[in-house]
Design a protein around this ligand. Structure first.
Ligand code: DC
Length: 231
């Protein structure tokens, strides 16, 4: 997929953090944006909003025209660092879009090339001074190929499943670890094998295996490399 680029003069620097869910990339992206005092783009939240919003309106994912119209027209309000409330067409949806089932629906919507193109303009608008930390699956490969620094976080599927399991249990939800692991594997396969903008590390991305690292250890690596890239 080719994304239109804007004029290069005075363009804000970008750091991209891609990878599958359960690698801590969302938390790391938030910590980095806070630490640099930059903007944050949680691109997965946009796919989740399309998926949940369309479903609530009874729009079938196979109805491409309606789905595209919804994607282009949806009114989304969130705080600068995607913390707290997220409003979709005036309705608070932050808890709803963070559910496991919404991630699965988002992954289905994300297979559609027209929806990816429709969301790309919205994502590019996040690129503002003094800089942007962008988290997702194709931030370094497709949306911001000229990013100053690109990361791709990984972790073993078992570790990612355990992390997600603990998060859901802590929220008081009833989850089955085996079913969760199967869901994670299915979503990884769809995200990494789709025809358009699949989840793959950019050639120039720094790969970090977070399996045996704490969030603070990952953050230290990410911050150090980012500061070197920005010097
Ligand atoms: O990061 P997340 O779990 O919130 O993302 C939900 C889904 O959205 C993910 O399974 C695939 C899709 N997605 C995508 O295709 N491209 C992105 N840049 C971000 C998310």
């Amino acid at each position: 997929m080719t994304v239109p680029t804007t004029n290069k003069a005075n363009i804000a620097p970008v750091i991209t953090i891609d990878g599958p869910s359960g690698t801590g990339k969302g938390t790391i992206a938030q910590m980095l944006a806070k630490s640099l005092d930059w903007h944050l783009l949680d691109s997965g939240a946009l796919y989740r909003l399309v998926a949940v919003g369309a479903e609530n309106k009874g729009i079938l994912y196979s109805n491409i025209n309606e789905l595209k119209k919804f994607t282009l027209e949806m009114d989304v309000q969130f705080s600068r660092l995607f913390e707290g409330s997220i409003e979709l067409n005036g309705e608070e949806v932050s808890n709803l879009i963070r559910q496991e089932s919404s991630g699965e629906l988002a992954s289905q919507v994300a297979e559609n090339p027209e929806i990816r193109v429709a969301l790309s303009e919205r994502q590019l608008k996040f690129r503002q001074m003094p800089g942007l930390v962008a988290d997702g699956r194709d931030m370094g490969t497709v949306i911001f190929p000229d990013a100053k620094q690109k990361f791709f976080l990984t972790a073993s599927p078992e570790e990612r499943g355990q992390r997600r399991y603990k998060q859901l249990i802590n929220k008081g939800l009833n989850v089955n670890l085996r079913a969760l692991l199967l869901d994670i594997a299915a979503r990884d396969a769809r995200d990494s094998q789709r025809a358009i903008s699949p989840m793959v590390p950019a050639e120039d991305a720094l790969l970090i295996d977070t399996t045996n690292l704490s969030i603070d250890q990952v953050f230290e690596k990410v911050l150090t490399s980012s500061q070197q890239a920005l010097d």
